[in-house]
Design a protein around this ligand. Structure first.
Ligand SMILES: Nc1ncnc2c1ncn2[C@@H]1O[C@H](COP(=O)(O)OP(=O)(O)OP(=O)(O)O)[C@@H](O)[C@H]1O
Ligand SMILES: Nc1nc2c(ncn2[C@@H]2O[C@H](COP(=O)(O)O)[C@@H](O)[C@H]2O)c(=O)[nH]1
Length: 206
Protein backbone atom coordinates (compact mmCIF):
# COMPACT_ATOMS: atom_id res chain seq x y z
CA UNK A 1 0.00 0.00 0.00
CA UNK A 2 1.36 3.47 -0.93
CA UNK A 3 2.32 5.68 2.00
CA UNK A 4 -0.29 8.41 2.59
CA UNK A 5 0.81 12.01 2.24
CA UNK A 6 0.75 14.43 5.15
CA UNK A 7 -1.82 17.20 5.47
CA UNK A 8 -0.41 20.54 6.63
CA UNK A 9 -2.86 23.24 7.70
CA UNK A 10 -1.71 26.84 8.12
CA UNK A 11 -4.13 29.27 9.77
CA UNK A 12 -3.98 32.66 11.38
CA UNK A 13 -5.85 35.95 11.29
CA UNK A 14 -6.34 37.79 8.02
CA UNK A 15 -3.29 39.86 7.16
CA UNK A 16 -0.82 38.02 9.41
CA UNK A 17 1.11 36.95 6.32
CA UNK A 18 -0.02 33.38 5.61
CA UNK A 19 0.07 33.86 1.84
CA UNK A 20 3.43 35.64 1.97
CA UNK A 21 5.04 32.97 4.15
CA UNK A 22 3.48 30.17 2.09
CA UNK A 23 4.96 31.71 -1.06
CA UNK A 24 8.39 31.85 0.60
CA UNK A 25 8.07 28.13 1.46
CA UNK A 26 6.88 27.16 -2.01
CA UNK A 27 9.61 29.19 -3.71
CA UNK A 28 12.37 27.40 -1.80
CA UNK A 29 14.39 24.65 -3.48
CA UNK A 30 13.41 21.95 -1.01
CA UNK A 31 9.66 22.49 -1.47
CA UNK A 32 7.82 19.31 -2.36
CA UNK A 33 4.29 20.16 -1.20
CA UNK A 34 1.11 20.41 -3.21
CA UNK A 35 -0.93 23.55 -2.60
CA UNK A 36 -4.67 23.10 -2.22
CA UNK A 37 -6.37 25.91 -4.15
CA UNK A 38 -9.47 27.04 -2.27
CA UNK A 39 -12.85 27.98 -3.66
CA UNK A 40 -14.40 31.34 -2.80
CA UNK A 41 -17.31 33.61 -3.62
CA UNK A 42 -15.32 36.80 -2.94
CA UNK A 43 -14.43 39.08 -5.84
CA UNK A 44 -11.08 38.66 -7.54
CA UNK A 45 -8.42 41.17 -6.44
CA UNK A 46 -6.15 42.83 -9.00
CA UNK A 47 -3.36 40.40 -9.91
CA UNK A 48 -5.19 37.29 -8.71
CA UNK A 49 -5.61 34.41 -11.14
CA UNK A 50 -8.61 32.07 -11.23
CA UNK A 51 -7.49 28.50 -10.55
CA UNK A 52 -4.17 29.62 -9.04
CA UNK A 53 -5.05 31.92 -6.15
CA UNK A 54 -8.63 30.65 -5.79
CA UNK A 55 -11.39 29.10 -7.81
CA UNK A 56 -13.71 32.10 -8.00
CA UNK A 57 -17.33 30.96 -8.13
CA UNK A 58 -20.82 32.35 -7.57
CA UNK A 59 -22.76 31.79 -4.35
CA UNK A 60 -25.03 29.29 -6.13
CA UNK A 61 -22.08 27.30 -7.46
CA UNK A 62 -20.50 27.20 -4.01
CA UNK A 63 -23.73 26.06 -2.36
CA UNK A 64 -24.13 23.33 -5.01
CA UNK A 65 -20.63 22.06 -4.14
CA UNK A 66 -21.56 21.93 -0.45
CA UNK A 67 -24.77 20.03 -1.21
CA UNK A 68 -22.99 17.49 -3.40
CA UNK A 69 -20.42 16.76 -0.66
CA UNK A 70 -17.58 18.25 -2.67
CA UNK A 71 -16.00 20.27 0.15
CA UNK A 72 -13.63 18.98 2.83
CA UNK A 73 -14.52 22.09 4.86
CA UNK A 74 -15.98 25.51 4.31
CA UNK A 75 -16.72 28.68 6.26
CA UNK A 76 -18.38 32.02 5.81
CA UNK A 77 -15.80 34.71 6.42
CA UNK A 78 -16.70 38.43 6.25
CA UNK A 79 -19.73 37.92 3.97
CA UNK A 80 -18.17 35.36 1.61
CA UNK A 81 -17.80 31.61 1.40
CA UNK A 82 -14.36 29.98 1.40
CA UNK A 83 -13.74 26.26 1.22
CA UNK A 84 -11.41 23.39 0.36
CA UNK A 85 -12.41 21.10 -2.52
CA UNK A 86 -12.20 17.51 -1.31
CA UNK A 87 -11.27 15.69 -4.51
CA UNK A 88 -7.78 17.18 -4.90
CA UNK A 89 -6.92 16.51 -1.25
CA UNK A 90 -8.00 12.88 -1.44
CA UNK A 91 -6.12 12.23 -4.68
CA UNK A 92 -2.91 13.91 -3.54
CA UNK A 93 -2.77 12.24 -0.12
CA UNK A 94 -3.53 8.84 -1.65
CA UNK A 95 -0.63 9.39 -4.08
CA UNK A 96 1.67 9.97 -1.08
CA UNK A 97 1.99 13.72 -1.64
CA UNK A 98 2.04 16.23 1.22
CA UNK A 99 -0.72 18.82 0.85
CA UNK A 100 -0.63 22.35 2.22
CA UNK A 101 -3.84 24.18 3.15
CA UNK A 102 -4.01 27.88 4.01
CA UNK A 103 -7.39 28.47 5.65
CA UNK A 104 -9.15 30.36 8.45
CA UNK A 105 -9.78 28.89 11.91
CA UNK A 106 -13.35 27.55 11.64
CA UNK A 107 -12.48 25.59 8.52
CA UNK A 108 -9.27 24.35 10.15
CA UNK A 109 -11.26 22.95 13.08
CA UNK A 110 -13.55 21.08 10.66
CA UNK A 111 -10.45 19.56 9.04
CA UNK A 112 -9.09 18.64 12.47
CA UNK A 113 -12.30 16.68 13.21
CA UNK A 114 -12.13 14.79 9.91
CA UNK A 115 -8.37 14.39 9.58
CA UNK A 116 -6.79 14.45 13.06
CA UNK A 117 -3.47 13.20 11.70
CA UNK A 118 -2.88 16.53 9.98
CA UNK A 119 -0.29 19.02 11.21
CA UNK A 120 -2.03 22.19 12.44
CA UNK A 121 0.11 25.33 12.51
CA UNK A 122 -1.05 28.76 13.67
CA UNK A 123 0.72 31.84 12.33
CA UNK A 124 0.61 34.75 14.77
CA UNK A 125 1.40 38.46 14.37
CA UNK A 126 3.97 40.07 16.71
CA UNK A 127 1.04 42.21 18.00
CA UNK A 128 -2.38 43.56 16.95
CA UNK A 129 -1.12 46.97 15.81
CA UNK A 130 1.29 45.30 13.44
CA UNK A 131 -1.55 43.10 12.15
CA UNK A 132 -3.65 46.18 11.36
CA UNK A 133 -0.69 47.87 9.65
CA UNK A 134 -0.24 44.81 7.46
CA UNK A 135 -3.90 44.60 6.39
CA UNK A 136 -3.99 48.34 5.65
CA UNK A 137 -0.59 48.21 3.96
CA UNK A 138 -1.71 45.42 1.64
CA UNK A 139 -4.18 47.89 0.12
CA UNK A 140 -6.74 45.32 -0.97
CA UNK A 141 -9.65 46.09 1.34
CA UNK A 142 -11.67 49.17 2.20
CA UNK A 143 -11.85 50.39 5.82
CA UNK A 144 -15.20 48.67 6.49
CA UNK A 145 -13.77 45.27 5.50
CA UNK A 146 -10.51 45.95 7.39
CA UNK A 147 -12.51 46.69 10.55
CA UNK A 148 -14.53 43.47 10.13
CA UNK A 149 -11.32 41.46 9.68
CA UNK A 150 -9.70 43.09 12.73
CA UNK A 151 -12.85 42.46 14.81
CA UNK A 152 -12.46 38.74 14.10
CA UNK A 153 -8.73 38.65 14.79
CA UNK A 154 -8.81 38.50 18.61
CA UNK A 155 -11.18 35.52 18.64
CA UNK A 156 -9.09 33.85 15.95
CA UNK A 157 -5.86 34.28 17.91
CA UNK A 158 -7.53 32.70 20.96
CA UNK A 159 -8.16 29.64 18.78
CA UNK A 160 -4.38 29.09 18.73
CA UNK A 161 -4.80 26.73 21.67
CA UNK A 162 -6.42 24.18 19.33
CA UNK A 163 -3.35 23.95 17.10
CA UNK A 164 -0.22 21.82 17.36
CA UNK A 165 2.27 24.64 16.72
CA UNK A 166 2.36 28.44 16.91
CA UNK A 167 4.78 30.38 14.72
CA UNK A 168 5.33 34.14 15.02
CA UNK A 169 5.57 35.88 11.67
CA UNK A 170 8.01 38.59 12.67
CA UNK A 171 10.18 38.17 9.59
CA UNK A 172 9.03 36.21 6.56
CA UNK A 173 12.19 34.08 5.98
CA UNK A 174 12.35 33.18 9.69
CA UNK A 175 8.67 32.21 9.84
CA UNK A 176 9.06 30.10 6.69
CA UNK A 177 12.10 28.32 8.15
CA UNK A 178 10.25 27.60 11.40
CA UNK A 179 7.35 26.05 9.50
CA UNK A 180 9.69 23.95 7.35
CA UNK A 181 11.45 22.72 10.50
CA UNK A 182 8.11 21.67 12.02
CA UNK A 183 7.19 19.75 8.87
CA UNK A 184 10.62 18.09 8.68
CA UNK A 185 10.35 16.82 12.25
CA UNK A 186 6.71 15.75 11.79
CA UNK A 187 7.83 13.41 8.99
CA UNK A 188 9.78 11.47 11.63
CA UNK A 189 7.06 11.33 14.25
CA UNK A 190 6.34 7.83 15.48
CA UNK A 191 2.65 8.11 14.63
CA UNK A 192 3.61 8.54 10.94
CA UNK A 193 6.43 6.03 10.76
CA UNK A 194 4.83 3.27 12.87
CA UNK A 195 2.06 2.26 10.40
CA UNK A 196 4.69 1.24 7.80
CA UNK A 197 6.36 -1.00 10.38
CA UNK A 198 3.05 -2.41 11.57
CA UNK A 199 2.34 -3.45 7.99
CA UNK A 200 5.81 -4.93 7.58
CA UNK A 201 5.79 -6.77 10.92
CA UNK A 202 2.18 -7.90 10.73
CA UNK A 203 2.93 -11.19 8.94
CA UNK A 204 6.10 -11.85 10.91
CA UNK A 205 4.37 -11.96 14.30
CA UNK A 206 4.87 -15.27 16.07
N1 LIG B 1 6.76 39.35 8.38
C1 LIG B 1 6.19 40.38 7.77
N2 LIG B 1 6.61 41.64 8.03
C2 LIG B 1 6.02 42.71 7.42
N3 LIG B 1 5.01 42.62 6.52
C3 LIG B 1 4.55 41.38 6.23
C4 LIG B 1 5.10 40.20 6.84
N4 LIG B 1 4.44 39.13 6.35
C5 LIG B 1 3.53 39.60 5.49
N5 LIG B 1 3.58 40.95 5.42
C6 LIG B 1 2.71 41.84 4.62
O1 LIG B 1 1.42 41.82 5.24
C7 LIG B 1 0.38 41.92 4.27
C8 LIG B 1 -0.58 40.75 4.45
O2 LIG B 1 0.08 39.55 4.07
P1 LIG B 1 -0.72 38.33 3.41
O3 LIG B 1 -1.62 38.82 2.32
O4 LIG B 1 0.30 37.30 3.07
O5 LIG B 1 -1.61 37.88 4.66
P2 LIG B 1 -2.64 36.69 4.80
O6 LIG B 1 -2.53 36.17 6.17
O7 LIG B 1 -2.45 35.70 3.69
O8 LIG B 1 -4.01 37.44 4.60
P3 LIG B 1 -5.45 36.84 4.22
O9 LIG B 1 -5.77 35.82 5.23
O10 LIG B 1 -6.34 38.05 4.31
O11 LIG B 1 -5.38 36.31 2.83
C9 LIG B 1 1.08 41.94 2.91
O12 LIG B 1 1.15 43.27 2.45
C10 LIG B 1 2.46 41.37 3.19
O13 LIG B 1 3.43 41.86 2.30
N1 LIG C 1 -12.12 27.97 5.84
C1 LIG C 1 -11.42 28.40 4.78
N2 LIG C 1 -10.81 29.60 4.83
C2 LIG C 1 -10.08 29.98 3.77
C3 LIG C 1 -9.97 29.19 2.63
N3 LIG C 1 -9.20 29.85 1.72
C4 LIG C 1 -8.83 30.99 2.30
N4 LIG C 1 -9.37 31.10 3.52
C5 LIG C 1 -9.21 32.17 4.51
O1 LIG C 1 -10.19 33.18 4.31
C6 LIG C 1 -9.71 34.40 4.88
C7 LIG C 1 -9.88 35.54 3.90
O2 LIG C 1 -9.10 35.34 2.75
P1 LIG C 1 -8.84 36.51 1.68
O3 LIG C 1 -8.13 35.85 0.54
O4 LIG C 1 -10.17 37.07 1.31
O5 LIG C 1 -7.99 37.54 2.36
C8 LIG C 1 -8.22 34.17 5.20
O6 LIG C 1 -8.10 33.93 6.60
C9 LIG C 1 -7.91 32.92 4.41
O7 LIG C 1 -6.86 32.17 4.99
C10 LIG C 1 -10.63 27.92 2.62
O8 LIG C 1 -10.57 27.13 1.67
N5 LIG C 1 -11.32 27.60 3.71
Amino acid sequence: MAKQGMLIVLSGPSGVGKGTVRKEIFDSDDNDFQYSVSMTTRHMRPGEVDGKDYYFVSKDEFEDEIKSGGMLEYAKYVDNYYGTPLKYIKQSLAAGKDVFLEIEVNGAMQVREKMPDGVFIFLTPPDLMELKHRIIGRGTDDMAVINKRMAKAVGEIKMMRNYDYAVVNDEVPLAAERIKAIIRSERFSVKRVMPEYEEMLGDAES
